[in-house]
Structures are given as C-alpha cells and as structure tokens.
Design a protein around this ligand. Sequence first.
Ligand code: HMN
Length: 294
Amino acid sequence: NEDLKGLISALLVPFNEDGTVNEKGLRQIIRHNIEKMKIDGLYVGGSSGENFMLEKETKKQIFDIAKDEAKDEVILIAQVGGTNLYEAIELGQYATELGYDAISAVTPFYYKFSFEEVKNYYFDLVEKVDNRLIVYSIPALTGVEIGVSQFKELFENEKIIGVKFTAADFFLLERLRKACPDHLIFSGFDEMLLPAVINNVDGAIGSTYNVNGLRSRKIFELAQAGKIQEALAVQNETNDLIEAILDNGLYPTIKQLLKLQGCNEGAFLSRKPMASATQEQINRSKEIYDAYLK
Ligand code: HMN
C-alpha cells in the first residue's frame, strides 16, 4: 500500500446558486492542486467536499469529474461512507470502476451505533467492493470513538488497510502506530501535522492543503529528516494561516483563497444549508491571502 502514502488534499467543491456543482471551477481546483500545490493525491467526497449535503447522483458526478481531470496523475481516494450502507456500496463500486486507488468511509453517525454495528458496516462494504478501504475516523463530528483494540479488529480484514485519523489524541495515535506498524495512518488535522509526522504517520489528508500545500510539504519533509525546530517554524506560520481561516469560516474562506490563487471560473458558493461567504468574509479572506499566502 506504499502507493497511497503522501500529502493529500481533501477536495473542495464550488457550487452554483441553485446547488449544482460548478464543474469548471472544480476542474480548476483539481489542476491547481496538482500543478501549483504539488499534492500527491486527492480525497474526494470528504467533509471538505460538503459531501453529507449531497445526493447520490451529485456524489457520482464529482467522482467522475475528479477522475476525468486528474486521470492517473495523482492518488485518488473516494470517500463513499455515510449512514446508508447500500449507497456506500453503490458509490464504492462506482468509484472502483472509475479507477480510484482506494475508497474511504466515515464511521456511520447520527444513531449511536455499537462497535459491532460499525464493524459490520465496514465488513459488508468491503465484501461488496473490490478495492482497499481507509477508515475515516473523526470523533468530534461523528461522536464515534475507536480504540486500538477495535482498530486491530477492523484491520483483521485484509481489505481494510488504514485510517484517516482526524483527532487531537496523540496518546491514541502513538499507541495505534506502535500496535499497527503495517497499516496506513493519515493525519487529519492540518494544524497538527508536525506532531503527527513525528509519530510516523504515512501521510496526511486535509482541507488546507488545497491552498497551503507547499508549506505543508515542507513540514512533512523537515520533520521526516529530523529537523524538528525548522519544521516547527513552518508549522507556526501555517497555523497563523489556519487560525485565521478557522476564525473567518473554514470552507467559505478556503474557497475565497482558491479564487485569489487563480481558480476563478464561475460561482464558489457553499451547498445549502451551509452558508456561503458574506462580503465581510470575502474582504477578510483577501487580508488573509495578503498576510499569509502572497
Ligand atoms: C475531509 O473529510 O474532507 C477532510 O479530510 C477532513 C479534514 O480532516 C479536515 N477536517 C475538517 O474539516 C473537519 C481538516 O483538514 C481541517 O479542515 C483542518 O485541519 C482545519 O481544522
């Protein structure tokens, strides 16, 4: 599974006023990620893609566009999970046929599923989809916590090859790395990339790599080379940017920053019920761009 390692952007998706996908803008964002941010891969259909507000056909459309634009230039991972197992299977099969390198699925949320139920969801999914799967763990949004022994149980299925670990629990990350040296662990919080790399993660998947890919790569490379203080200096700069983005509204601000970086074809709105950038947020985005990305 070496081929899946690296710095992976969680793809942002621009929407039109009527909620449809702005295809031209999306293609620009994909090219921008590959050519300017030099990322190793794209995570398509994640939180950053506003995926949980979309209908199945729109999710498929986004998988189509990303594959058509990126071809085989970078790693492609399709996030197919949600609370509907049958839809996840269909989307997983769809992305696999398109040639996606792996699928990923969020832990089912909303209902308080037991670990047994979560495990059955993943096993049922990989039984029906001929691809590798990365568990998407994000307890702050799903409420689902998975411990080391439970990860080991999931990894007993040889098609479940790793986890996107979006949590600030570095004790758990350290324990998991030691317990599962042969499984892939992707860091999920961009602002904590350095401590994650020190804990020997195999890669990182995040939203801010869409606009801050080059700096983030430096953090990765410096940390892997043992140059921790230099890496920390770059993480400090990065976190000035990320803090400003979070204060101004995560996805609307990243979309505005993408526009300022040259992805400017058509509307860059959010999918309702998520709010799009207000004029004030647009103005602040310009200041953030000038301060940290120019
Ligand atoms: C995805 O599913 O699209 C992302 O990979 C999720 C990713 O972990 C991001 N988490 C959320 O948006 C909740 C982070 O990149 C995050 O946006 C960033 O670290 C700023 O907090």
